[in-house]
Write a protein that binds this ligand. Structure first.
Ligand SMILES: C[S@@+](CC[C@H](N)C(=O)[O-])C[C@H]1O[C@@H](n2cnc3c(N)ncnc32)[C@H](O)[C@@H]1O
Length: 329
């Protein structure tokens, strides 16, 4: 048996087993979450949270996601940063921008604990200047910065982070402060379905407002899998985007490459949403976006996996295939 055959077999098996490991990891957070709720809130209020499936799920998912976030950032960071630079085309990261990057008024959907918040900072426009002239200037001890040549971003003037799970808010606030975005980043503490709707008492769930066609960019990173009624809510978001505005996505979607992977994914999805904060595996999110309204251009594809020593490839055993790219209205 050749080394490459055995390493490919191990790779495929780990791809197939990965969702079960992730589910198991999430389930392992249940006892700690219960303990944490009682020690933070006391017995009676704690019991109320533990007995409320939706509130318990929020706290549980908040703790679990904070734990896995650094890994997600490590794996997806090399894709999401170029995406917001305008350097992703047909699912691949390219050297030079092929379209505009993020900028202006931005709607970040489901920012969670703020894993991607620093990407909206002006600091992302700069890199260390390694030229000789800069080195001479640096002898005084100051690092010299220069504007990155490979980005087509413009200044982000306002960000609305639509995050209904209050247990993410403290960490999200810390990420906003650390990125120096306190003055422009607003946490919108409701789901996208409540951006403009009223509650039973006739009061709006969020007092602010976002006018139709007023948003320059929407950014959704691994979150459209978790929103309710995706067709309706994606269309509501589409209406907020201005003509010429861009929707940057990095989302996992339904398997469509073979009947056995479709079946396997559906099988996992019988329990996945209950253990992973309501996330649905089998959503055709890219198709829903394509069909939600007219787009001037769509540049979206499946990112290949980079394998050292081999050409990038799209594996058949991928239970969470992703789509990355930009929809321009
Ligand atoms: C898998 S997490 C991803 C978080 C973040 N984007 C990241 O990459 O770390 C999905 C996020 O979507 C949020 N979410 C769930 N329902 C939502 C809704 N109705 N509107 C907006 N966000 C929602 C969740 O609270 C959660 O923060």
């Amino acid at each position: 048996m050749s080394a490459s055959f055995s390493s490919r077999t191990i790779e495929a098996l780990s791809g197939l087993v990965f969702p079960w490991v992730f589910l198991n990891l999430s389930a392992s957070f249940i006892p700690g979450t219960i303990k944490d709720i009682f020690s933070t809130h006391g017995f009676v209020p704690g019991l109320r949270i533990v007995l409320s499936p939706s509130r318990f799920r929020e706290v549980w998912f908040g703790r679990f996601w904070a734990y896995v976030s650094p890994n997600i950032r490590m794996n997806a960071g090399p894709l999401v940063l170029p995406l917001l630079d305008g350097r992703v085309s047909r699912g691949r990261v390219v050297e030079e921008p092929t379209g505009p990057g993020v900028g202006g008024v931005v709607l970040e959907i489901g920012p969670g604990s703020g894993l991607w918040v620093n990407l909206f900072s002006d600091r992302c426009l700069y890199e260390e200047d390694t030229s000789d002239a800069a080195a001479q200037k640096q002898q005084g001890g100051n690092t010299s910065l220069q504007k990155r040549a490979n980005t087509a971003r413009s200044k982000v003037t306002r960000v609305y982070g639509v995050e209904p799970n209050a247990s993410h808010h403290a960490a999200l606030r810390r990420s906003i402060e650390a990125a120096g975005l306190k003055d422009i980043y607003e946490i919108v503490p409701v789901g996208i379905e409540d951006l403009s709707s009223s509650s039973d008492t006739g009061r709006k769930k969020w007092e602010g407002s976002i006018e139709p066609e007023s948003v320059d960019c929407i950014v959704s990173v691994i979150c459209l899998c978790s929103i309710p009624d995706p067709e309706r809510n994606i269309h509501e978001l589409y209406k907020l985007l201005r003509p010429g505005g861009r929707w940057y996505i990095y989302e996992h979607v339904k398997c469509d490459y073979s009947w056995y992977m479709r079946l396997y994914q559906r099988g996992i999805n019988l329990i996945w949403p209950y253990l992973i904060g309501g996330c649905e595996l089998c959503r055709p999110t890219d198709t829903t976006l394509r069909e939600t309204g007219p787009w001037a251009s769509i540049d979206v594809g499946q990112p290949p996996i980079d394998n050292p020593g081999r050409t990038p490839f799209i594996p058949w055993y991928q239970c969470l295939p992703h789509r990355i790219g930009v929809f321009t209205k």
